[in-house]
Write a protein of this length. Sequence first.
Length: 151
Amino acid sequence: MKYPPKLVIDTNILLAATRNRSGPSFALMQIIRLRQATACCSPALFLEYEDVLKRPDQLAACGLLSNDIDAILNELAGIIEPVTTHYQWRPQLRDPADEMVLEAAANARAQAIVTYSLRDFGPAKLFGIPVLNPEQTFQHFGLIVTRSSKP
């Protein structure tokens, strides 16, 4: 039996998924929703998801209300694999806000970090964690976007 890959999703992927329901980020989140991949997340990273997704400029850009974001986050909370961070390896990355993503991935023993900020996560290679965008994630893990995983 092939187990679903364990992924840590950067906040910019969720942003893109809420803004474009026909893009690769949305398709990846649907694959996670269908449990063809497992999203791993620490409490700190989840709080960042909420903070960023509920910013007024983000709500305006995606055309959603705060209650809609709550519904998305509630569903996500029900399917993620929680990660407790025991060790902090800071600083590793040039953007301190990205440190929690790397920490979640290292503690979860994730098979990849999925982000659009590929260059920002160069040091993740030291931990043996590939850094991929959604399209690369589909290819790397052989994930298939089916009609049921599209919007």
